[in-house]
Design a binder for this molecule. Structure first.
Ligand SMILES: Nc1nc2c(c(=O)[nH]1)N[C@H]1C(S)=C(S)[C@@H](COP(=O)(O)OP(=O)(O)OC[C@H]3O[C@@H](n4cnc5c(N)ncnc54)[C@H](O)[C@@H]3O)O[C@H]1N2
Ligand code: MOO
Length: 416
């Protein structure tokens, strides 16, 4: 049995990015950029107005007051998208936000400080020279590096890509993640229950959704019975995937065939089996493919074990494969309400906790039943409280580290 930290290290050392692809902007959100993005022009491309008002020469409004306003002839108009116009001494141009600063003008007086009569503008106070002008290149200049390769694309980055005229961009591919559900007792959703011992799958679709959240492409390979023939056949369907996830059948039971068969059918080289963690102890990990570029995770069947193993071990690998640099869930410190006790301290334990943000920091409330078959604990939880090796008791209010897998507890409330 290896330590959790060592297991994660082995996984990430064996994880490579999947390659690049070109996507259109409307499909780029959340993807990881694989090229540097430079500005094709200055932005703004020319000096323009930040206000609606009048473009003037500062000379002409110097010393203007309520009693002795500057009076200028209006001889032109500059609106956003319009032509470049000119002002001469003693004249002004109507200007609108985004309009080009006319030749000869050096200041924009906002409309509120003016009055118009008979095609003349009255300006009742002096303002600073250069006021309300947004300079050419004030946001960025042609040739500036705007977004570096490796950035995860958010709405702001997509806006920049569009404004520098990139309809398509290179991003890292998303790994295809095959999910094979094993076990004689497992039924797919929609199948009729015929025997008391049968159970309906949760893992297939909880893992499917976790793959989506992690930014991979989930592929349901199917369900296999605990027979050599069926296991072999279904595993052969996994060949086109970058990552194979199996659930169930990795423990020590007579019918736990997965580990041996992934080696036989896909040539998986198992790099570890069993980790000093709870839940998720019997997890297996290996590499396969021509250049050992593909990954295999044998995920334990217990529904909570499956989700915990995914968040802590599979998700970082998917994120690394799709080019992300920050691959782990956030970890915070929280006060554990009611404390926690256990008999043995041999394994690092991940307990399901609901989180709350208070004025005194984060508070974690453990779910009452911590069994690795209790999926409702995951519905309750936002994070995994870490009970370290050697620790058998955490007192009420003591701080523990919590891995956050769901940040929704930080969202704002309508009634707040
Ligand atoms: N003698 C030992 N027995 C067990 C050990 C051990 O060390 N020695 N480890 C236990 C632990 S810890 C776990 S976790 C499980 C893992 O076993 P497997 O990965 O082989 O999983 P199965 O035996 O197939 O199933 C375990 C449990 O989970 C249910 N299950 C399986 N697949 C699904 C699914 N798709 N959806 C919902 N539930 C599922 C299954 O019915 C079993 O109840 O082994 C312990 N045993
Ligand atoms: O590792 Mo098992 O996951 O504790 O139930």
């Amino acid at each position: 049995m290896i330590k959790f930290e060592d297991a994660v290290k082995i996984i990430l050392e064996n994880t490579k990015t999947v390659g690049l692809e070109k996507v259109f902007l409307d499909n780029a959100l959340g993807r990881v950029l694989a090229e540097d993005i430079y500005a094709d022009r200055d932005n703004p491309p020319a000096d323009n107005s930040g206000m609606d008002g009048f473009a003037v020469r500062y000379e002409d409004i110097r010393g203007a007051t309520e009693e002795n306003p500057a009076v200028l002839d209006i001889i032109a108009e500059s609106k956003a998208g319009g032509e470049l116009v000119k002002v001469k001494p003693g004249t002004a141009a109507y200007i609108y936000t985004g309009g080009l600063i006319p030749e000869g003008a050096d200041t924009v007086v906002q409309k509120e400080l003016t009055k118009v009569e008979d095609n003349k503008v009255f300006i009742f106070q002096e303002i600073k020279k250069g006021s309300n002008i947004r300079p050419k290149g004030g946001d960025y200049k042609r040739g500036d590096l705007l977004i570096e390769s490796g950035r995860k694309l958010r709405p702001a980055e997509i806006g920049i890509l569009s404004s520098v005229n990139k309809p398509t961009v290179y991003v890292y591919q998303q790994p295809r993640v095959g999910i094979l559900t094993t076990g004689d007792e497992i039924l797919d959703v929609g199948e009729p229950v015929e025997k008391l011992s049968q159970i309906r799958t949760s893992n297939t679709y909880s893992i499917f959704s976790q793959v989506l959240e992690a930014g991979g492409i989930p592929v349901v390979i199917g369900f296999s019975k605990d027979t050599p023939e069926d296991t072999e056949r279904k595993l052969s369907y996994a060949k086109s995937c970058d990552i194979l996830l199996t659930t169930g059948g990795v423990s020590v039971g007579e019918y736990d065939l997965v580990k041996d068969f992934v080696t036989k059918v896909l040539g998986v080289e198992i790099l570890f089996w069993k980790v000093k963690q709870k839940p998720g102890k019997p997890v297996a990990f290996g590499v396969w493919g021509a250049e050992k570029e593909k990954l295999f995770f044998g995920i334990p069947g217990n529904p909570v074990a499956a989700m915990v193993v995914f968040e802590n071990m599979v998700k970082p690998a998917i994120r690394k494969m799709r080019g992300e640099k920050k691959v782990f869930n956030p970890v915070i410190k929280a006060k554990l309400l009611g404390g926690y006790r256990r008999k043995k301290g041999e394994r690092l334990e991940f307990i399901r906790v609901a989180l709350e943000m208070t004025e005194d920091g984060f508070v974690a409330r453990p779910f009452g039943k911590q069994g690795s078959n209790i999926l409702t604990g995951m519905v309750f939880a936002h994070g995994f409280g870490m009970v370290e090796v050697g620790v058998t008791e955490i007192k009420d209010g003591e701080e523990i580290k919590v891995i956050i897998f769901d940040k929704s507890f930080m969202d704002g409330d309508l009634n707040a």
